[in-house]
Design a protein around this ligand. Structure first.
Ligand code: SF4
Length: 154
């Protein structure tokens, strides 16, 4: 079901330009030890739901259970890869992923990174990966991120 949703059909949004201007701004934030200053950010939706109830999180189990989602569900990795290329073609130069549900699935992210290897040479964007409630990603996962999203870091 989640794979049938189109998360990036901005044409159906009234005041699309205003919406995109206000949601994709980076504020030109600085990345430590990098010359790369991202200009346009957008959210990469990789899944929904969680079994925890962190009070500061709008994606917690309390809210999602009201729409029948009681544990994390992940989107198809092939669909996500298409969305990444779509966002890049819209001028996005940094993706924001914030999905560290409990239970966390490093297996899912490894599958996504494997899928991304086939388009690795086409990718010219960075990735901001937010981790709020769980443990830090493994060294292997951090390495995969830096190999696949290689914005200049020096
Ligand atoms: S574990 Fe992550 S996704 Fe789940 S409620 Fe807490 S912050 Fe939200």
């Amino acid at each position: 079901m989640i794979n049938s949703f189109d998360f990036y059909n901005f044409d159906i949004i009234e005041n699309k330009e205003l919406y995109l201007r206000s949601t994709s701004t980076t504020g030109q934030y600085i990345i430590t030890n990098s010359k790369y200053i991202p200009q346009k950010l957008y959210f990469l939706f990789v899944g929904s739901g969680c079994s925890s109830v962190c009070s500061y999180c709008a994606g917690n189990a309390y809210y999602f259970s009201s729409v029948g989602i009681r544990k994390p569900i992940f989107r198809d990795t092939k669909v996500i890869v298409k969305d990444i290329l779509r966002l890049q073609s819209m001028g996005v130069d940094i993706l924001y992923v914030e999905f560290d549900p409990k239970p966390f699935s490093e297996k899912f992210y490894n599958e996504l990174f494997n899928e991304l290897k086939s388009v690795r040479r086409k990718l010219e964007l960075g990735l901001h990966f937010g981790v709020w409630a769980g443990r830090l990603p493994s060294e292997k996962m951090i390495e995969s991120i830096s190999n696949i999203f290689p914005r200049e870091m020096a």
